[in-house]
Design a protein around this ligand. Structure first.
Ligand SMILES: [Zn+2]
Length: 308
């Protein structure tokens, strides 16, 4: 089975993760722009971060046979530094039209402050103007009210709900999101947002229409295999292959594919792996390491204690 993880922060992950993801059937991923665990202090660090999402990280994924896309935006936490947020807003139009950018994201509310509201609205307008999908991060505190507010503001700004992916849903929010015609994404993140047993129950109850599963794996204690593991659990628990295919692959492609930047042929026609490739004269290989050409192996660290 093939999978797409439409929300994963690979700049925080290792080559072992890439190898394991490819082995588990992940063919494409979307990396939303987010905060780095500590606030940035300069415009330049946003610029370099966005550049790495469309450059080096995309290349690194390709060296493991995974197609990498991203969404570009100003995250809600850092919207609260208004002086810097103003400068970032000027940078965004330059990046959202780059190759492989499938939306504006992840944007929305964190503490639901006035500044967050202001930059959320400005970015909705930007997405609408560029005709790009929007990837919404819903707040972890006051989740239900924050999720409803995120959708109401999107509608106020005349966005088509079919262009908006509302992320980090749970049992409390799913009905509201689906009823309003938005895409409902679920993050399977250990011990916090959603466990995958709960995800199985949601698909049993609501079906597979407009429901999307992701890992949101990042620098925290998270699981880059959350999508294939959830698919496997669904299969065990009697969910049909068709429904699993929709929530773990097709719906992500149909929603973000509306950008015109993401097509199945991107990975179907191009599955060869050649780690001798370079970007900006740099490869993922160090010193005398030999490139893998063809099939990826998981890190040999798991086979032996000897490191050569
Ligand atoms: Zn995220």
């Amino acid at each position: 089975m093939r999978f797409i993880d439409p929300h994963i922060h690979m700049t925080s992950r290792t080559t072992d993760d890439y190898a394991a993801m490819q082995k588990a059937g992940i063919v494409a991923i979307i990396e939303p722009a987010f905060w780095l665990g500590q606030p940035r202090t300069e415009l330049g660090s946003f610029k370099d971060y966005y550049s790495s999402l469309i450059g080096w990280e995309r290349f690194r994924a390709s060296q493991f046979g995974i197609k990498h896309y991203c969404t570009i935006g100003l995250n809600s936490k850092e919207a609260n530094n208004e002086a810097l947020a103003e400068e970032v807003m000027e940078l965004l139009p330059l990046f959202i039209c780059k190759e492989g950018v499938v939306g504006v994201g992840e944007i929305g509310y964190d503490d639901q402050t006035a500044a967050e509201d202001k930059y959320y609205r400005l970015q909705l307008d930007l997405a609408k103007e560029a005709n790009l999908p929007v990837q919404i991060h819903t707040p972890h505190r006051d989740k239900k009210a924050g999720t409803i507010r995120s959708m109401e503001v999107a509608l106020e700004h005349k966005l088509n709900p079919h262009m908006v992916i509302v992320d980090h849903n749970n049992e409390e929010t799913v009905r509201d999101v689906l009823e309003r015609g938005f895409w409902a994404a679920f993050t399977i993140y250990p011990n916090t947002k959603m466990g995958n047993e709960r995800m199985v129950e949601i698909v049993k109850q609501y079906g597979s229409e407009r429901i999307i599963v992701n890992s949101a794996a990042d620098w925290g204690i998270s699981d880059p295999l959350a999508v294939p593991k959830t698919a496997s659990l669904m299969l065990e628990q009697g969910i049909s292959i068709d429904d699993i295919h929709k929530v773990c692959y097709q719906n992500a492609l149909d929603s973000f594919g509306q950008s015109g930047q993401m097509k199945e042929s991107d990975w179907m026609d191009n599955t060869s792996i050649d780690q001798s490739q370079k970007l900006f004269n740099n490869s993922i290989l160090r010193g005398g390491q030999l490139p893998t050409i063809g099939e990826i192996r998981t890190n040999p660290i798991f086979d032996s204690n000897i490191i050569r």
